[in-house]
Design a protein around this ligand. Structure first.
Ligand SMILES: Nc1ncnc2c1ncn2[C@@H]1O[C@H](COP(=O)(O)OP(=O)(O)O)[C@@H](O)[C@H]1O
Ligand code: SF4
Ligand SMILES: [Mg+2]
Length: 422
């Protein structure tokens, strides 16, 4: 696997990337919106199908041994000043998702645990096919029709699985905004930009036409659209990719979300625009006291822009912790390999990019033990037989550094990216 060959904004050394802005915990009363999360065509039967897996009742993943706590979690504030120990805005507990026939399931998510505190930024990283988008879709209830989902998703203290479908959608629509990779799949090419933006605020916030129009124009200005009034009357095809993505971000903000999720939102953009959009997302997150999830296959994007990072492999969380801790001292061998494969500006231009040999496992017949074992240079015999337990180490950030590896990277080993860290 090759993590991007171009020298993009996302491939800058960490020191060159902006750090999350420090700010005081504000009264994030945002109430908001998920315009971009159009309808999912899942039927109730489809989303919670066959008896074996139902939210909150499914048996835990039997291949995963219990957690081995190496210490208690420090409840302080992180380096950015954002408290990790507050009651979470979003929590996933043992979230699972299966696709395909029951007799031959494709297990795309295996018992994902995740807590995101208000105003924190989380990066979700992993190779293509790791399950990043399925995790977001499952949280949002947008998983493919027929998917079997288990575990719990709790948003702002409300268990989404306990809500009626229409109430769940309304809650997510008000409180979560989404920006996807390709704005053309989210923007209707036949409908004026302004009208599309207004729909969300009128539906979720009950604004009248004039209020919604004024809000849409002000949001277009906030995201840097030069002539917002003219843009409001135009169609999506009249804008460049970067401008369309700005429009999507403005649309996602229309209901003042508490959580903004960007799934590969800059992947299709060129280098300079990518950086502008990432900077815009970071600025808006800070100004609006939102939580944010940045989903990407590119670790360079989350460096310096997120408080914590979660590494997915074959539908499992293999490592999670404060971004700085994970980047400085990765403990899982997969994270170590991902970091080593990251293109860097401080390497000679002709240097060969490192890759991770082999392919992620087949999700229908995954290996019995650690899913990374067939590609891992440190694998031992037990790695191929047994799933490693989760180890949790306290950090000063308030979020534990957790990882699942039988032979973790030595904490005393030289940091993979030492020379590039701030
Ligand atoms: N609609 C679908 N039907 C069957 N398999 C799917 C579907 N969507 C995704 N998958 C599978 O789920 C896995 C995770 O996909 P995805 O979450 O899109 O990966 P990522 O976003 O990390 O690139 C992949 O193996 C993919 O092939
Ligand atoms: S558990 Fe074993 S195979 Fe898996 S990453 Fe760790 S050392 Fe490698
Ligand atoms: Mg994806």
């Amino acid at each position: 696997m090759i993590l991007g060959r171009s020298r993009s904004a996302a491939s800058l050394p960490l020191a060159a990337l902006p750090r999350p802005a420090a700010r005081q915990p504000g009264d994030a009363t945002a109430l908001a919106a998920a315009p971009g999360i159009a309808s999912a065509d899942n039927t109730a039967a489809g989303t919670m199908a066959p008896a074996a897996i139902a939210p909150g009742t499914a048996a835990p993943d039997t291949t995963a041994p219990g957690a081995v706590a190496a210490g208690t979690v420090n409840a302080g504030t992180g380096a950015t000043g954002r408290r990790a120990a507050e009651a979470p805005l979003l929590e996933c507990q043992a979230l699972r998702c299966e696709l395909g026939p029951v007799a031959r399931p494709v297990r795309v998510l295996h018992g994902i645990d995740l807590r995101l505190a208000p105003r924190r930024a989380l990066g979700i990283v992993g190779e293509s096919g790791a399950g990043k988008s399925m995790l977001i879709k499952t949280v949002m209830g947008l998983q493919p029709a027929g998917a079997r989902v288990g575990g719990r998703v709790v948003l702002g203290g409300t268990d989404l699985g306990a809500l009626r479908e229409d109430r769940r959608r309304a809650l997510l629509g008000r409180r979560v905004g989404m920006v996807f990779q390709n704005p053309m799949t989210s923007l209707n090419p036949f409908v004026r930009v302004g009208q599309q933006m207004e729909e969300a605020s009128r539906f979720h916030r009950g604004l009248n036409r004039a209020e919604a129009r004024a809000l849409a124009i002000s949001l277009l200005r906030i995201v840097g659209i030069p002539d917002a009034e003219a843009c409001h009357r135009q169609y999506p095809h009249q804008f460049s990719g970067g401008m369309k993505q700005r429009i999507m971000i403005a649309t996602a903000l229309a209901c003042e979300p508490e959580l903004l999720i960007a799934d590969e939102a800059t992947t299709a953009l060129d280098v300079t625009v990518q950086r502008e959009i990432l900077d815009l997302l970071g600025r808006l997150q800070a100004e609006r006291h939102m939580s944010m999830i940045l989903v990407t296959h590119n670790l360079g994007i989350v460096a310096g822009r997120t408080d914590e990072v979660l590494v997915l492999y074959a539908g499992r969380v293999v490592e999670h912790g404060p971004t700085e801790a994970v980047f400085r001292r990765p403990r899982h061998r997969y994270t170590e390999a991902l970091l080593a494969a990251m293109p860097r500006l401080d390497q000679p231009a002709h240097a060969r990019l490192r890759t991770i040999p082999g392919q992620p496992p087949n999700l229908v017949n995954p290996p019995a033990g650690c899913p990374f074992a067939p590609r891992c240079p440190a694998a031992e015999a037990r790695c191929h037989r047994e799933m490693p337990p989760e180890t949790s180490e306290p950090t000063s950030d308030g979020v534990a550094h957790r990882f699942s590896c039988w032979v973790p990277v030595d904490r005393a080993a030289a940091p993979v990216l030492a020379e590039a860290l701030p």
